[in-house]
Design a protein around this ligand. Sequence first.
Ligand code: FMN
Length: 498
Amino acid sequence: MPSVREFIKRLREMGELVEIEEEVDWNLEAAAFSTMSCRVGGPILWFKKIKGYPEGYTLLGEPWAGPVHQIWRRLAIAAGAPPEANPFDLGAELLRRLYTGIPPTIVSNGLCKEHIQMGKEANLLKFPWPYLHHGDGGRYTTTGCWCMEDPEERWNNWANYRGMIHTRNGIGYDPTYGQQGDIIMKKWHARGEPMPVAYYVGADVLTFVGAAFRAPWGIWEAELIGGLRQEPLELVKCETNNLYVPADADIVIEGVIRPGELWDEGPFGEYPGFIQGPRMPRPVVRVTAITHRKDPIIPFCVEGMFANSSKALGFAFGVEMWRRLRVYHDLPVVTAWGSPLGSSTWANLWISILKNSPDVVGRAALAFQGSIPGLFRSFIVDATVNPSNTEDGMEEFSLNVHPGRDIRKINAPAAHAIKYEPFLSIAEKKEALKKTVYFDCTSKLPNKRVDFERAFPREVQDWVERNWQGLGFEKPVSITQEKRGEYVMRPVFKSMVD
Ligand SMILES: Cc1cc2nc3c(=O)[nH]c(=O)nc-3n(C[C@H](O)[C@H](O)[C@H](O)COP(=O)(O)O)c2cc1C
């Protein structure tokens, strides 16, 4: 898919986009509209006329958000997969594509250079960055990609971190403690050197999936993204450093992060569902150049408590956890799922596993808690439970968790300590809490359930299904295969990094 414009075209053709021609304010209005659309499982909104900004400078709200019970829908559309796809089949296919990888190609020019502003001329305030939540410390960009190079190992990392617009030539850089972009920045600063960076928005929407996806250390996401889109990403060199960005990006911001230079940043309405503060000193990018298309489209995500673009990416991250547990730990994991409900996606993981040995649940929990920063709760259910159905997950939780035996606390490695959750005190946020917990929601005793699939013999279930429409109902009842004790152990793709 060549650019965000192609994605917009596809959404329009499928009736999943509404174009808003009336003037909308970047100050809360665009965000509030998009939030409501997410809440009701509505379309993607493209704001075409932004108050105080020239024609052609537009905002695209929540580009990857899907309805809460089909959060992966627009990602499937972006990937050219059927929107009704089963999320676990879609996930396995995205992983196969990502880890097949296709290296990028370098081109000499691109649409991202239609306008070039160098040095003092570069002005971030030229663009309608949205003010996203009442109470935020500033205007933010939340759906773009930071590009940087490891100064020692000489590989490129791409990642998405929020960026607060400080001034016309200062933008915040905010990787969580322990993220790859945090480790790489610290390497530059330990050498006493500023870190060159580039940040782009727009381009093929799949580039953002690659940037927000937790790629293993040492892998350049541009290659994974090539695999995902099934054609090489075309890259062009920046004006003021040696980094490369997609040639068809909408806006590219180039700059440096100087050692020890911190500006007050935040608070910000974050993914755990609250305004996260206090305002704290954080790294800042001193802008050296801005290049952009003549009609830039700025995508945005209103982080918070509803089925938004961040939660949709959480789906991709659950899929990557499934791969890691299968490939690195050789565990019989059927699915791994970050629920889009509420604000839990990036903190909780539901894992369904085949209990083929007595210690398999504990091993899965330990493997998970050492995997990535921020994840601190896992709910482990039997192989025959589909955790993408939250009601089923909660049923297992309610029926199987023994308060004395099945809630286990584990100490987390320092790098994976949590510091953003709303229940932490300010002192704990500063210190970071090195604790994780898992809930063993698997069944331990052969108690017979009294739900439809298990309380009635198969012939009776079939009889009900056959006669359902005869009773005047529109569709036959769908009978859950998982509750009948069936599950699919999908083959996991062996990647170039395994
Ligand atoms: C909408 C959205 C906003 C995000 N904002 C941040 C952020 O501000 N800081 C952060 O550390 N991670 C953030 N993430 C998660 C990272 O993008 C993700 O962990 C990514 O893998 C980081 O790349 P890295 O592994 O190269 O550090 C965000 C993800 C999404 C989808």
